[in-house]
Write a protein that binds this ligand. Structure first.
Ligand code: ADP
Length: 502
């Protein structure tokens, strides 16, 4: 593990100008003050100081945004053809691409993530996703069918696919630009309008996106962005009686609150993408040159702040020491530093609160008897910023909180296993079910195990391969519904069955 990199960083003039602009809510294509006039600070992960101030929107602002979204849904957006809607989306993709470096810097500053990963993953994937879903705007269709039990006479029946209406999008802080796009792009392709509640920890990229939304030609009210706290602005959106659907990514605990709010109010449709505690399973016959660095990257990328992070490593016993040694070596070589430094491979965590949470999990692990192999809660704690060292524990038991709970930090638990037939129930011993990774050269074993794992995504001899065309989402308490793909856009539609007596 090398020391904190600390090159002086100069930001793009456009980013400097953006940071200087006062931040406002985005409602009806206009930047407006929150009704309360209040703002709140957003933290600089690299220093723990204040990076910027964002509006502290609340229920009044959410209501204004929902009204704007409703008017656009009933009015201009609905009246536009799918081709016209797609054109706005393609234009937005072009604009994001033109401002790619700006977005990469903003994400790195606000989240703490490495500029290299923001450039390689967050921004290009977002651009591609907008284009993918712009394509879907013109490709959604219903179907015709024959009645199976016609009540005498001739009938003609067809099923229409209609937009679900006003969609509330509640965003997490780990990939702010990408995550907001995962929600609003398919919603807009389906013909819905949106109210976005960014994560209070990292709202800046969403607010920069707002500026481009107006430029891309979307009519007023199609996308509205209200920053603020989850328990005020977020809860108000989940409770709002005129919101037809919530698309949420975040913790399982908040997912449950949103479900309750949806049930209490108007039975909103829900897509929930929640937590994970995903296993990486390495068999003796795996290609270790591939498996070891991939297993390490699976937990240390984005400093472990990834819902599908491979946070539990299971290795067949004969290979356990070798794999552990390899993952430790990978962790030792990671260059830790501020995200904007191009040589940094592991940035700080998003907030000091998140750092405290992660350190506390490690303390619990140590107290319950886990053995620390590298890193731990005491390393790097003398430097400013939200740094947590890549950390690996062994000698764990399934009851320990570091094995059971989502930590959302660079913390790995590694365990050996003996019987290949017994690994599926062990890997499934979690209330999550988001992803799982298998390394083996035995294709029968790989596919048999893939079928037995309770996870929405299974990667074999690879990890974290996301594609807009592949559905992504969780089994069990990792969520409901799927993002991306045809399923992801159809999730923003209602089916209407029309029957005609001829
Ligand atoms: P994390 O643990 O990763 O911070 P959260 O689930 O707390 O994830 O937050 C994800 C998103 O949910 C954020 O935008 C947050 O503001 C929002 N949120 C938090 N609490 C609530 C709530 N009670 N109702 C609606 N949204 C909420």
């Amino acid at each position: 593990m090398s020391t904190i990199a600390n090159q002086p960083i100069s930001l793009l003039p456009e980013v400097q100008a953006f940071l200087k602009r006062p931040k406002r809510l985005f409602i009806n294509n206009a930047f407006v003050e929150p009704a309360s006039g209040k703002t709140m600070p957003t933290e600089d992960p690299a220093t723990g100081g204040v990076l910027d101030h964002i509006p502290a929107g609340d229920a009044t602002d959410i209501d204004a945004a929902v009204r704007a979204a409703r008017a656009a849904f009933e009015g201009e957006w609905r009246a536009m053809s799918p081709t016209q809607r797609a054109a706005c989306m393609f234009k937005l993709a072009d604009l994001i691409e033109q401002h790619a470096e700006e977005f990469a810097e903003i994400e790195s500053l606000d989240v703490g993530k490495t500029i290299t990963s923001a450039r390689a993953i967050d921004v290009p994937f977002t651009v591609f996703l907008w284009r993918y879903y712009a394509g879907w705007a013109t490709k959604l269709y219903g179907k015709t069918l024959d009645l199976s039990l016609p009540p005498g006479g001739a009938f003609f029946s067809y099923v229409r696919r209609e937009p679900v209406g006003v969609v509330g999008c509640i965003i997490p802080w780990n990939y702010p630009l990408a995550q907001v796009s995962f929600k609003i792009a398919p919603a807009l392709a389906a013909g819905c309008t949106t109210v976005v509640k960014p994560a209070e920890q990292a709202s800046l990229a969403n607010l920069r996106l707002a500026e481009l939304i107006a430029e891309a030609g979307f009519p007023p009210g199609v996308v509205n962005i209200v920053t603020g706290l989850g328990e005020s602005a977020g809860a108000a959106l989940a409770e709002h009686p005129d919101v037809n659907k919530i698309s949420f990514t975040g913790s399982t605990a908040v997912g449950k609150l949103i479900m309750q709010a949806a049930g209490r109010s108007n039975l909103k449709r829900l897509t929930l993408e929640l937590g994970g505690k995903s296993p990486t399973i390495i068999f003796d016959d795996a290609d270790m040159a591939e498996a070891i660095p991939t297993a390490a990257a699976a937990i240390f990328n984005n400093s472990g702040q990834v819902c599908n992070a491979g946070s539990r490593l299971y290795v067949q016993r004969r290979s356990f020491d070798r794999v552990l040694e390899g993952v430790v070596e990978y962790a030792q070589k990671l260059r830790i530093g501020i995200g904007l430094d191009e040589s940094t491979q592991l940035g700080p965590l998003v907030t000091s609160e998140q750092k405290r949470r992660v350190l506390s999990y490690m303390d619990q692990g140590l107290r319950s008897g886990a053995k620390l192999v590298i890193g731990g809660p005491d390393v790097l704690q003398d430097v400013p910023g939200n740094f947590v060292a890549p950390s690996i524990f062994t000698n764990t038991t399934p009851e320990m909180s570091i094995v059971r709970e989502e930590i959302f930090g660079p913390v790995l638990v590694a365990m050996p296993f003996d019987d290949p037939d017994e690994i599926a129930p062990v890997a499934n011993q979690t209330h999550y079910g988001l992803a799982a990774t298998i390394f083996t050269r035995d294709i029968s074993r790989a596919h048999t195990l893939a079928a037995r794992l309770n996870a929405g995504a299974v990667w074999i001899n690879c990890f974290g391969v996301f594609d807009p065309n592949l559905p992504f989402g969780g089994f069990k308490q990792s969520g409901m519904g799927r993002e991306f793909s045809q399923e992801g856009v159809e999730a923003f539609t209602e089916l209407k069955a029309v029957t005609v007596k001829l």
